[in-house]
Design a protein around this ligand. Sequence first.
Ligand SMILES: Nc1ncnc2c1ncn2[C@@H]1O[C@H](COP(=O)(O)OP(=O)(O)O)[C@@H](O)[C@H]1O
Ligand SMILES: CC(C)(COP(=O)(O)O)[C@@H](O)C(=O)NCCC(=O)O
Ligand SMILES: [K+]
Length: 257
Amino acid sequence: MSVLLIDIGNTRLKWAVHADPRPGSPVLDHGAEFLENIEQLAEGPWAGMAAPKRMLGCAVAGDAVRRRAEEQLEEAWDLRAQWVYATAAECGLTNGYDHPGRLGADRWIAMIGARQRLLAEGPARPMVVVMVGTAVTVEAVDEAGRFLGGFILPGHGIMLRALESGTAGLHVPTGDVREFPTNTSDALTSGGTYAIAGAIERMVQHVRRHCGAEPACFMTGGAGWKMAPHMTIPFELVDSLIFDGLLEIAAHRFAAA
Ligand SMILES: Nc1ncnc2c1ncn2[C@@H]1O[C@H](COP(=O)(O)OP(=O)(O)O)[C@@H](O)[C@H]1O
Ligand SMILES: CC(C)(COP(=O)(O)O)[C@@H](O)C(=O)NCCC(=O)O
Ligand SMILES: [K+]
């Protein structure tokens, strides 16, 4: 029973088709489109594809974007969309947010994916789960699977645009990451990268102190590769964290259905 998984962030819609709704099921096809190209999915990459039996996704980019994706599913295969929202508890995770439903669904699902991966690799430990997309999120999860809380930071693009629009002298091309930047381009690129790296390292300290154990650090998101060379702590870069989480949720939901 093939399943189409969709993750709509504020920059791109990412999709993957898996053979079955169960963890580890093989990927049959996948892709990503910038939000402005969603209307071309049914006639483009999805045109020749066998109809998936089910769909499960998350969308944090607003109702209008979500509806545009739903229209493509209808047009391509007459497939009904099923969206995941953050809840108080799911797949072994409990949600410590003040209002659990207000947590971004992508953050919740990535934590579920990371927890499964952690438990597949060894005994339970605390985790720090990082998503580097349009925004950056840095989540803390304790050994028992309780989401303690997380940071939201601007991503690379937003940081640069904020500085460009708020100043007169910062309109420069992208630079390199340097320990001691000596030109404006490098200063901006390094500032953004180390701001994100610093937030991650700080969350690792918080978790280490709170849980009394070394957290496992997982990183995902379209710009995760930009951070990877500049991290000083051990971490695992997992591109598929959200899809891993969605598959886990799909296994529960579609087995019960
Ligand atoms: N092919 C690409 N083109 C442009 N930006 C990319 C690309 N791949 C990754 N990125 C970077 O990834 C970020 C978006 O990551 P993504 O995971 O798609 O975000 P979101 O989940 O918020 O839509 C962009 O801000 C950009 O820095
Ligand atoms: C924090 C986010 C903007 C991240 O979005 P992304 O970078 O993946 O596009 C998204 O998860 C969101 O809108 N969250 C709702 C608010 C919250 O999690 O507290
Ligand atoms: K995302």
